[in-house]
Design a binder for this molecule. Sequence first.
Ligand code: FES
Ligand code: FE2
Length: 377
Amino acid sequence: MPYYAKVLDTDILSRRGRPRALPIYPSTPILTMLVTQHPVLQRFWYPVIPIADLTNGPQSFTLLGKPLVLWLTAAGEPAALRDRCCHRSAKLSMGIVQNGCLRCPYHGWEYDKSGVCTKVPQLDPGAAIPKTYRVESFACKERYGYAWVCLADDPLLPLPEIPEAAAPANRLIPQFYEPWHCSGLRVMENSFDNAHFSIVHAASFGVTEQPQPVRAELVPLDLGLKAYATIPVVNPPLQQQLLNIPDGLTVREVESTWYAPFSRTLKITYPNGLMHLIFTAATPVSDRTSQIVQFCLRNDSEADASAESIIAFDRQVVNEDKRVLESTDYDTPVDLSVEQHMPSDQPGLIMRRQLATLIKAHESVHNDGQDLAKVQG
Ligand code: FES
Ligand SMILES: [Fe+2]
């Protein structure tokens, strides 16, 4: 009998030893997005460090609770290893890059991008390096100016494809790279939530007099979601310059895409044809922290609107969201019964259902009874 079945047998007896009504699944835990507890989240690509930051030498990054070191190889490509030397466990991110390999700061062992130790300075010249001298390596790619990492060998989705990034007429502006103390799911559902603009963004683009959200057309994808909406917005003086729209009110045609679990694009098109497409990832660092990685794509030029001013306006908007999101519970429930909902929350409910289904499917395949009991505990 599996361990969890024994737990359930005793669970159905009351303190007096009398049987009580057996719930359908009495020990079902409330599924939350504590990211380190769901191994399936390792099967996605995440942007972790701007490539520009790696030109200064190795950098550390914690992804899903796992300490990594990233650096640029001799070919200029990013590489990722576990941030722990196999000799005496020193942090490799404190080392240097030598001939494209990573040199440990302690005794100078060197590692290539596959984690194989290629040099041990203390050995006699020509002596073989034991095959056990190696550290764990991870898949790593450059895209959109960032190093992306997948901790598993079998990612469930490719990196997000953003066709607008390939169009030569568009410019890419790196915007924000900073830790937020909230769960990635909160950040994702916030960006599809048309009901908070008039409250959270009252000082930037929200129309205070219109608290009722516009309806979005929703198209669920396989591990993702598309949303289309036409959203009236306030157009403050700075935006009037940046958009070249001299009106106090304007309208956004919005096409949003959610890429499970924690990336999205928000493609905004204004009536004059100006495109402002925002990519945001809430890369999971730990159960309580997400690294916000945001850049935007524009089809105008620096002469039309300076990158600095564009960042300044989006900074205001992002800070308005950050303030409330960091006040929310970080252990976001994907169990729909825990929080209350309204009709405009539908995108977030779709995300929660998809993530709950994914987690349950993965854990039912991979857990034996003992592991299930641990999950329930
Ligand atoms: S701890 Fe890395 S070489 Fe000794
Ligand atoms: Fe917002």
